[in-house]
Design a protein. Structure first.
Lengths: 200, 315
C-alpha cells in the first residue's frame, strides 16, 4: 500500500550531516597541511666565504632566496661519497626545471681536491649549469663550517666526514638533516623539499 | 528482535562514517602518520611529544597531527569491528534459521577482521597504491553487506513490505548492473588517483591542476563512464518512479536519493577537474560514490522481493 508522505527528516539530517562533515573535513585537511609544512627551525647558517669550482666566491648570500641541499664529500672517497653524490645527482636531475633549488657539495680534502679536480668531478656527474656548486677552502675553514655552521661532525678528515645532507631554506635557516646514504631518508628529504618549495 | 536491527543499522551508518574518515586519512596524507601497525610509534596510545618516541625512531619523521588522524581512523575501525561483532553474535543467537541474516553477518565480521589486518598491510607497504585501493573496495563491500543485513532484518519485521509494489520487469537486474558499473567506476577512480600519486612522486613541483594533463586514458574513461552512469541512473530512476505503483517510502526515497547522489557526484567530479583537484572534493567524490553504491544495493534487494515467495525472510 502507498504510504503517506511525511516530512523528509532524513533528508534534512543528511544535509546537516554533510555540512558538518564537510567543515570537519576542511578543518582536518587544513590542520594536516599546516602540520606538514612546519619543518623545525634548527639553526642559522653563519656568514661564510668559500670558492666554487668555477673560481667564483660563494657565501651565505648565495644561499638566500633558494632552497639548498648541502653535503660534505671528497672526490677520491670510495666509501660513502659515491652513494651520497648519486643521491645528490638524482635530485639535481629531478629538479632540472627550476633554479630555486641548488646543491652544494663541500670538499673535506682541499689538498687533493683542487678547483680543477672539483670541476672534473662535477663534469663526471653531469653538472652543466650553476645549480650544483662544489666549494673549496683550506681544511680548518671546512671544519669550522661543518661543525659551527652546519652543526655536523668533521673529525679525522677527510675520511671522517658526515654522511648527512643538510636542508637549508631560502632564509639561510637549517630545516632538516638526512642520511645521504639511506633511501628512506632521501624520500623524506624529497617530501621536505616539496614543503619548502610551496612557500617560494 | 529490535536490538538486532538497531545494531545492524548503527554498524552500517558507522561504516559510512569510517569510509569518510578513511578518505580523510588519504587526502590529508596521514596514511603513514603511524609508521607501524597495530601500534603507533611502538605505543598503543600515540606519543604526544618527541620525548616519548622509541629511541630507534628518527624524531624528524614524527608528526603529531598526522599520527592522531591515522590513530583516530584505527580507533573508529576497531569500534566498528566491535559493533559488527555484536551484530553477528545477535544474528547467531536469534537468526540461526534466517540464512539471509546469519551468513551475511558472519561474512561482514570476517571481512572487517580481514580489513583491519589489511589496513596494517597498507601501512607496511608504505601506502602501495594497489593495497590502498583494495582497502577502499573492501570497505564498500562490507558496507553493502551491512546494508543487506539491515534491510533483511527490516523485512523480517514487515514481511509484506515491498511485496505489493508493481514495477517494470527486471528492475533489480538494472540495479545490479548499475552497482557493478559503479564498482568498475570506483576502481577506475582509484587508478586515476594512483596515477596522480606516481606523478606527484616524479614531479613534486608540478601544480595539482597540471597533473590532469599527464594522467592519460584512465582519466578520460573515468569521466566518460561517469557521464554514462549519470544518464543511466537518471533514466532508470525516472522509469521506476513513472511506471511503478505502490512503492514504499523506502524505495521512493532511495530512488530520489540515488538521483541526487549521482548528480552531486557528477558536479563534484566536474569541480575536481576544473578546480585543480582540491582535497575536500576528492574526499566527497569518494564518499558520495560509496553512498551511491549503498543505495543501489538497497534498491536491488527491494526489487528482488516478490509477492508470496522468499520463505527465508519469514523464518
Amino acid at each position: 500500500m502507498p504510504q503517506e508522505r511525511r516530512f523528509p527528516l532524513g533528508l534534512l539530517i543528511g544535509i546537516i550531516a554533510a555540512i558538518i562533515m564537510g567543515l570537519g573535513g576542511l578543518l582536518i585537511i587544513g590542520l594536516a597541511e599546516n602540520s606538514r609544512s612546519q619543518l623545525p627551525l634548527l639553526g642559522r647558517v653563519p656568514d661564510f666565504e668559500f670558492i666554487a669550482q668555477d673560481g667564483s666566491p660563494f657565501g651565505l648570500d648565495d644561499m638566500k632566496g633558494r632552497i639548498s641541499i648541502v653535503d660534505f664529500i671528497f672526490t677520491s672517497c670510495q666509501t660513502i661519497c659515491p652513494p651520497m653524490s648519486a643521491h645528490m645527482q638524482d635530485f639535481y636531475e629531478q629538479f632540472e626545471g627550476t633554479d630555486k633549488i641548488q646543491f652544494i657539495s663541500i670538499t673535506v680534502d682541499p689538498e687533493r681536491d683542487s678547483l680543477s679536480v672539483l670541476r672534473q668531478y662535477a663534469q663526471d656527474l653531469g653538472v652543466d649549469d650553476n645549480r650544483w656548486k662544489f666549494l673549496w677552502q683550506p681544511v680548518e675553514k671546512v671544519v669550522w663550517l661543518s661543525e659551527k655552521g652546519f652543526m655536523i661532525s668533521a673529525r679525522e678528515l677527510p675520511g671522517g666526514h658526515s654522511s648527512r645532507f643538510v636542508l637549508v631554506d631560502p632564509d639561510g635557516i637549517i630545516r632538516g638533516y638526512y642520511d645521504g646514504v639511506e633511501e628512506q631518508s632521501m624520500k623524506i628529504l624529497l617530501g621536505d623539499i616539496r614543503k619548502l618549495a610551496k612557500r617560494i | 528482535m529490535k536490538n538486532f536491527k538497531r545494531f545492524a543499522l548503527i554498524s552500517t551508518i558507522a561504516t559510512y562514517a569510517l569510509i569518510f574518515i578513511g578518505g580523510l586519512v588519504r587526502v590529508s596524507g596521514a596514511g603513514l602518520g603511524c609508521p607501524d601497525w597495530p601500534k603507533c610509534f611502538g605505543r598503543w596510545f600515540p606519543p604526544t611529544n618527541i620525548s616519548q618516541l622509541p629511541p630507534d625512531i628518527d624524531p624528524a619523521t614524527f608528526n603529531f597531527t598526522l599520527a592522531w588522524i591515522e590513530y583516530f581512523n584505527r580507533l573508529v575501525g576497531v569500534s566498528i569491528g566491535i559493533l559488527i561483532l555484536i551484530t553477528t553474535i545477535l544474528a547467531v543467537k536469534y537468526y540461526r534459521k534466517a540464512p539471509k541474516i546469519l551468513y551475511p553477518s558472519i561474512a561482514a565480521l570476517l571481512l572487517v577482521a580481514y580489513q583491519g589486518w589489511q589496513g596494517g598491510q597498507v601501512v607496511e607497504s608504505e601506502l602501495k597504491p594497489i593495497f590502498v585501493s583494495i582497502h577502499m573496495v573492501l570497505a564498500l563491500v562490507i558496507a553493502s553487506i551491512l546494508i543487506y543485513v539491515t534491510q533483511q532484518s527490516y523485512y523480517l519485521e514487515r514481511p509484506e513490505a515491498d511485496r505489493q509494489a508493481i514495477f517494470p520487469r527486471g528492475t533489480h537486474v538494472w540495479m545490479g548492473l548499475l552497482w557493478l558499473a559503479g564498482m568498475v567506476q570506483v576502481i577506475l577512480g582509484t587508478q586515476v588517483r594512483e596515477g596522480l600519486e606516481i606523478l606527484q612522486e616524479k614531479f613534486p613541483l608540478l601544480a595539482k591542476a597540471e597533473f590532469r594533463d599527464y594522467i592519460g586514458p584512465t582519466n578520460y574513461i573515468h569521466a566518460v563512464l561517469g557521464i554514462v552512469l549519470t544518464l543511466a541512473t537518471i533514466i532508470a530512476g525516472y522509469l521506476i518512479l513513472k511506471k511503478s505503483r505502490y512503492l514504499t517510502n523506502l524505495v521512493r526515497d532511495s530512488v530520489w536519493g540515488l538521483i541526487v547522489l549521482i548528480l552531486a557526484q557528477l558536479a563534484v567530479g566536474l569541480a575536481l577537474v576544473t578546480a585543480g583537484l582540491p582535497s575536500l572534493m576528492q574526499l566527497f567524490h569518494l564518499w558520495i560514490a560509496s553512498l551511491y553504491m549503498g543505495v543501489l544495493f538497497v534498491l536491488f534487494s527491494a526489487f528482488r522481493r516478490r509477492p508470496g515467495g522468499d520463505h527465508a525472510a519469514r523464518a
